[in-house]
Design a protein around this ligand. Structure first.
Ligand SMILES: N[C@@H](CCC(=O)N[C@@H](CS)C(=O)NCC(=O)O)C(=O)O
Length: 334
């Protein structure tokens, strides 16, 4: 056998092996969910001053732990750069990737991921120092642009400049800390990433946030969501419905504040949700109070958004429930 073919087979076996393992059983027996998160992006996943991880991606990990163990604290976090994240999931180092990751067909197929849904609808934008007096991305011809590798950001950037017949000089730096240092030190004219990332880093990392403007153009679709490995449908279901439970709770008006009392509600949808009727938890391989545990300990989607993103200046926008003109929509829990 040619060495290249042998190598390919070894690589295939290495990525296929953990996918066969039943992640739900493995997670139950080790006693925690290993969650791949960002290295530190305010609002999505970042340790607070006490070292406690917080953010909407962290809340996804906590929701799954609440569903599986009845305890949102049973999570261990693996901080990952954009370049490290897919290998970490493929190799079995993490059980879930909840790290502002855009759902694309390449990732869904050849990288062997299953996206469970979208926990933040986003799009790519540009940030520039105010003093450059740039008003539109169309004025960026010839600019030096800071960008992280292994991202859709890098690909969209090239597409956008080509489509608009403009040139740019990329400054490609893997670590967020370092790429931001480069931008804030003026080594590039522009920083580009998901709009949410721009809002978050301007609010949390800029020496003076008022000195930076986010340009009006949104150049791509970035549906960000948690992903699991191909080949393990039971685990896929657990993570998927943990996200949907948070969305559905917002729609039903169930929150961490009222879930205990609402468990007595005569409303059939709420009864199914809380496990007062039916057997939905068991069908997922979980306790019938799985969704109550998520909402009691983590909150509904709106609570997570308001705790983590609203303080940074985020608007709900596309991330409102469908019933309020947004895109957030959970299939029926029945
Ligand atoms: N959504 C895009 C970009 C995700 C991404 O990695 N964004 C950067 C810029 S905000 C980031 O999160 N960096 C933090 C890190 O490297 O840990 C993707 O999935 O490729």
């Amino acid at each position: 056998m040619k060495p290249t073919i042998l190598l390919a087979l070894v690589a295939l076996a290495a990525t296929a092996a953990p996918a066969k393992a039943q992640t739900l059983d493995a997670v139950k027996s080790k006693g925690y969910v290993q969650c791949g998160v960002n290295t530190g992006l305010a609002g999505f996943s970042q340790p607070d001053s006490k070292g406690v991880w917080r953010g909407i991606d962290v809340d996804m990990c906590r929701a799954v732990a609440a569903a599986v163990f009845g305890d949102a604290g049973k999570v261990r976090y693996t901080p990952l750069t954009a370049q490290q994240r897919f290998t970490a999931l493929q190799s079995g180092e993490v059980d879930i990737l909840a790290r502002n990751t855009t759902w694309t067909v390449v990732r869904d197929t050849s990288l062997g991921l299953n996206f469970v849904g979208v926990n933040y609808y986003d799009g790519q934008g540009f940030m520039v120092p105010k003093k450059l007096n740039v008003k539109s991305a169309k004025e960026l011809n010839g600019a030096t642009i800071c960008v992280q590798p292994g991202t859709t950001t890098e690909l969209n950037l090239a597409d956008y400049f080509r489509a608009n017949r403009m040139n740019f000089k990329p400054v490609v730096i893997e670590k967020l800390e370092e790429v931001l240092n480069a931008y804030f030190a003026g080594r590039c004219d522009v920083f580009t990433t998901d709009h949410s990332g721009l809002v978050a880093v301007r609010a949390s990392r800029a020496p003076n946030p008022a000195e930076h403007v986010i340009l009006p153009e949104i150049i791509s679709k970035e549906p960000l969501g948690p992903a699991v490995r191909h080949g393990d449908d039971r685990w896929f279901d657990v993570v998927k419905w943990s996200l949907f439970a948070m969305l559905e709770a917002e729609e039903l008006g169930l929150s961490s504040k009222n879930i205990a009392e609402q468990a007595k509600s005569p409303n059939p949808s709420i009864q199914r949700f809380t496990g007062a009727s039916g057997d939905i938890g068991r069908m997922l391989g979980l306790d019938n109070r799985w969704a109550v545990n998520i909402i009691r300990q983590v909150g509904n989607y709106a609570e997570s958004f308001e705790a983590n993103l609203t303080p940074l200046g985020f608007e709900r926008g596309l991330n409102r429930p469908w019933s309020q003109g947004g895109l957030m929509y959970a299939p029926p829990i029945r």
